[in-house]
Each structure stands twice: as C-alpha cells, then as structure tokens.
Design a protein around this ligand. Structure first.
Ligand code: ZN
Ligand code: ZN
Ligand code: ZN
Length: 132
C-alpha cells in the first residue's frame, strides 16, 4: 500500500509529537493516553433498529483498577479517589494527553481503486461478450 504525501506528513508529525510526549511522561497510560478516560461509541438504537452512534466515556483501568496516575504512572494508596495526582499535578481537567494517532485513509483509496478496476474489467468483459 502506498501512502499519500499528506498521510506521510501526518505520520511524521505524530511520531515527533508522541516521542516528545513519551520523553516527558514515560509512564503514561497507553490505554487512555494519559487523560484517564476511555472514549468509545456504542449503538444506542433499540435491538434491530439499526445503528445510532452514542458516545461513551469510561474511567480508565489505570485509575479504577491499578490506582495509578494516568499521566505519570504514580502508584497511589487504596483510598485514592482518582481526582488528581500530587506527583505530577494531573487532574481531570488537565489537557496533557498523548497526541492522537492520525487516521490513515490510504487503504480506502486502494480499495476504491481496486473496486473501480474490477468494475471496469467487468464492463470490458460484457462488451466483449456483446461482440460475439
Ligand atoms: Zn496512509
Ligand atoms: Zn489509563
Ligand atoms: Zn501523576
């Protein structure tokens, strides 16, 4: 698969950003990116009614299960409520999170091209069949 120039640039920028972030917070939680929350999408439609995307937010296991600070990885005591971290000053409002990995859509182009190619070939076959 070949990436577009724009995609390669985005990936290069992401690599630099994530390296800088990791250098600053080597123990940040990879699951939540240091923010403490896991964002997802659930189907909110009644069964059989199709798909209504509903955003969901869950507290990450690093806080709820491991009692660790999502950002610096500091191990807290049992009584920790997961509201803030005294080791790195992390709170739920802090905006320090790992950069989002850019979404690569290049494969879509490839797939689209493959489909277009297949469709073209089919019409050629049809045209050939019509001739005979
Ligand atoms: Zn790409
Ligand atoms: Zn986490
Ligand atoms: Zn911390």
């Amino acid at each position: 698969m070949k990436h577009t120039k724009q995609c390669l640039e985005q990936q290069a920028r992401y690599k630099k950003d994530i390296a800088a972030f990791e250098a600053k917070y080597p123990n940040y939680c990879r699951a939540c990116g240091g923010g403490g929350a896991i964002y997802g999408v659930e189907n909110g439609a009644p069964w059989g009614e199709g798909y209504w995307p509903m955003p969901t937010v869950d507290v990450c296991g690093c806080i709820e299960v491991s009692l660790r600070c999502p950002l610096c990885g500091h191990q807290h005591d049992e009584g920790w409520e997961g509201e803030s971290c005294e080791a790195c000053a992390w709170t739920w409002d802090s905006q320090e999170t790992a950069p989002d990995e850019p979404e690569c859509m290049c494969w879509m182009d490839e797939e689209w091209k493959a489909e277009a190619d297949a469709a073209l070939r089919e019409t050629q076959v049809d045209a050939l069949a019509d001739t005979y």
